[in-house]
Write a protein that binds this ligand. Structure first.
Ligand code: CA
Ligand code: CA
Length: 423
C-alpha cells in the first residue's frame, strides 16, 4: 500500500498532508506523492485564485498541472474522501489574454475520482477556448468527475493512449465571452488526439446543455470508443435558448482541410449503446467523416436529425452521403428527421427501426420522459437506472434486431440501447 495524503479547503501547504494537518492545494500534494500513493480530497469548495496558476505557457494558463506519473499497478490516485464532494471553483481565475486549462494532465497512470470542476472562465473575445481537463498522458482513469457551469470545454483528450473516461458529467457549459458569444467551441467531451493515441474509451458519461456539442471527435488521428453515454439538450441552455451547433455525438470529420492532410487510415470510431435526445442539431452525426463509423445499438429521439451520416469524398473536397458505416440495431423514435444523408446501398444497415416497415410508438416504451436523463447517479457513480427507452411488455421492438454475436435475451437482440428483461 502506498502512502495517504490529504488536501482540504481549510488546509495549509505548511501542513504535513496528514488527515489532521491537510494541505490546501493539489499541487502541494503532488510534490510529495510517489507511485501507489492516494491523495484524498476532502469535501467542500476550493476557490482557486489567479496567483495559483501553476504554469503560463504561450497562450495558455495551466492552473493545476499534474505532471508526476504513477506506474503500472501503482497509479497515483487523487480522489474524494469517502462520500464527500470536493468542488474546485475556478470562477476567480481570469488571466488576461490567456486560455485557461483548469487541470492539465501530463502524467500517466493517474486515477482522478469523485470531484467537480466549476466556473472555468474565458477572458478573450477573439477565437479561443478554455478547458476543464486536458489529458496528454496515457493509462489514466477519470471517474465520476463533473465539469459544469463554466465557459470551458469539459474534458479534452488531446493526446495519449488507453485512457478511460468513466461516469463523468459535463453540463451547462457556455462560452458567452468570445466570438459571437454562442459558445461554438464548448463541447462536453472532446477526442482530438493525433496518430498513435489508441485505446481510449468514454463510458457512462453524460453531456447536456453544453453550448456546442455533447461529444466531438473532429480531427482525430485514431479511433475512439464511446459507449453507454448520453447526450441531450446540447446547443441550448437551461432556459431553452439556442446557442451553437448542438450535436449529441459529432463522431468524426476533419473540416475542410486538404485531402492530403487526412490520416492515412481514416479512424473508424465506435458509438455503441448511446442515447441522444433533443439536441439542437444531429443526435448521431458523422460530420463529413470521409470514412465509416460503427453505430451500434443506439437510441435517438427528438433531435433535429436523429442519425445524419453526412460524409465527404476521398479528396475531402465535397460533402456526400456517407459510406462504409456499420449501422446496426439502432432506434430512432419517429419525430422530426429520422435519418439524413443516408444511402443504404453504400452502408451495412441492419436491424434498425429505420430500415424497414417496423411500426412502433410510445406504447412500446416504458417511458419517453427525457428529464429522467438528468437523474442522480447511482451510489457507485454509474448511470441512473431509469425507464426511459426501456421496452414495455409486449413491445413490438422486442427481438427485432440482428445477432451481432453479443449476449441477448429471447430470440434475438432488441434494437436500441437496452435489451428488454426476460419475461
Ligand atoms: Ca464542437
Ligand atoms: Ca431480445
Amino acid at each position: 500500500m502506498g502512502a495517504e495524503w490529504y488536501v482540504a479547503p481549510g488546509g495549509s501547504d505548511e501542513g504535513d498532508g496528514s488527515k489532521g494537518r491537510p494541505f490546501a492545494t493539489v499541487l502541494k500534494a503532488q510534490e510529495r506523492v510517489s507511485a501507489g500513493d492516494t491523495v484524498y480530497l476532502r469535501g467542500g469548495t476550493y476557490r482557486l485564485e489567479e496567483g495559483q496558476v501553476a504554469q503560463h505557457r504561450g497562450m495558455w494558463a495551466h492552473v493545476i498541472l499534474l505532471d508526476k506519473s504513477g506506474s503500472k499497478g501503482s497509479p497515483i490516485r487523487y480522489e474524494a474522501y469517502g462520500d464527500e464532494r470536493p468542488v474546485f471553483d475556478f470562477s476567480a481565475v481570469k488571466p488576461e489574454g490567456k486560455r485557461v486549462t483548469a487541470v492539465l494532465v501530463r502524467g500517466s497512470w493517474l486515477h482522478l475520482k469523485g470531484f467537480e470542476i466549476s466556473g472555468v472562465q474565458v477572458t478573450m473575445t477573439g477565437h479561443t477556448q478554455s478547458i476543464c481537463v486536458d489529458n496528454q498522458g496515457s493509462e489514466n482513469v477519470y471517474e465520476n468527475l463533473v465539469f459544469r457551469d463554466g465557459q470551458a470545454i469539459g474534458f479534452w483528450l488531446g493526446r495519449g493512449s488507453n485512457n478511460l473516461i468513466l461516469n463523468c458529467d459535463a453540463h451547462d457549459n457556455h462560452d458567452f465571452t468570445s466570438g459571437n458569444k454562442r459558445g461554438g467551441n464548448v463541447d462536453g467531451f472532446g477526442f482530438h488526439a493525433p496518430r498513435g493515441s489508441v485505446g481510449n474509451v468514454f463510458r457512462g458519461c453524460r453531456a447536456w446543455h453544453n453550448s456546442d456539442d455533447g461529444f466531438d471527435f473532429i480531427s482525430a488521428g485514431e479511433a475512439v470508443t464511446v459507449e453507454e453515454c448520453w447526450a441531450f439538450l446540447n446547443g441550448t441552455n437551461a432556459k431553452g435558448e439556442p446557442l451553437a451547433d448542438g450535436n449529441g455525438f459529432k463522431a468524426g470529420g476533419y473540416g475542410a482541410i486538404d485531402g492530403g492532410r487526412l490520416p492515412a487510415v481514416i479512424p473508424r470510431h465506435v458509438v455503441r449503446r448511446c442515447v441522444a435526445v433533443r439536441n439542437r442539431a444531429g443526435g448521431f452525426y458523422a460530420n463529413h467523416h470521409p470514412g465509416g463509423i460503427d453505430w451500434i445499438h443506439n437510441t435517438a429521439m427528438g433531435n433535429r436529425t436523429d442519425f445524419n451520416f453526412l460524409g465527404r469524398n476521398e479528396e475531402n473536397t465535397a460533402s456526400v452521403p456517407g459510406g462504409g458505416h456499420r449501422i446496426l440495431n439502432n432506434v430512432a423514435y419517429p419525430g422530426r428527421a429520422v435519418t439524413a444523408n443516408f444511402d443504404r446501398s453504400i452502408n451495412e444497415s441492419r436491424g434498425n427501426t429505420f430500415d424497414g416497415e417496423l411500426r412502433f410508438d410510445r406504447r412500446d416504451f416504458l417511458s419517453l420522459d427525457h428529464e429522467l436523463l438528468k437523474a442522480e447517479r447511482r451510489p457507485d457513480g454509474g448511470l441512473p437506472e431509469v425507464p426511459l427507452f426501456r421496452l414495455s411488455r409486449g413491445s413490438r421492438l422486442i427481438d427485432r434486431g440482428v445477432d451481432l454475436g453479443e449476449a441477448y435475451r429471447g430470440k434475438a437482440p432488441d434494437p436500441g440501447a437496452y435489451e428488454a428483461e426476460e419475461r
